[in-house]
Design a protein around this ligand. Structure first.
Ligand code: SF4
Ligand code: F3S
Ligand code: ZN
Length: 103
């Protein structure tokens, strides 16, 4: 599961599409955590897609991650600022790849 303390345990490695990427990042096999308020551990996500289907405000978008061992697409929290903290995505992800911090 995603580390809920990732902000303390990881450093910001880069930016992607306006949000932070928390390292380590070593493409293509290690991709880190994308987003901060809505955070997706790309190294755990296996492209189930429930988060994209269920988010009521369309926070997520698919991004291509060729040659990643878990999946070749990931759910990117491209619109994390629109999140309404309903926690649906956290509940439906089968591998607990998502952390939403309502703080
Ligand atoms: Fe979307 Fe709700 Fe998840 Fe926020 S908590 S990203 S609104 S499903
Ligand atoms: Fe990935 Fe979980 Fe969404 S596996 S696509 S973050 S439901
Ligand atoms: Zn991203």
């Amino acid at each position: 599961a995603i580390d809920p303390e990732f902000e303390n345990n990881r450093d910001i490695a880069e930016e992607h599409d306006g949000h932070n990427v928390w390292g380590p990042v070593e493409e293509p096999e290690t991709l880190g955590i994308h987003g901060t308020h809505v955070a997706v551990d790309f190294d755990i996500c296996l492209a189930d897609g429930a988060c994209l289907e269920d988010c009521p405000v369309d926070v997520f978008e698919w991004v291509d991650t060729p040659d990643h061992p878990e999946s070749e697409i990931k759910a990117d929290p491209a619109h994390e600022d629109q999140c309404i903290d309903c926690m649906l995505c956290v509940d439906v992800c089968p591998v607990d790849a998502i952390d939403v911090d309502p703080g």
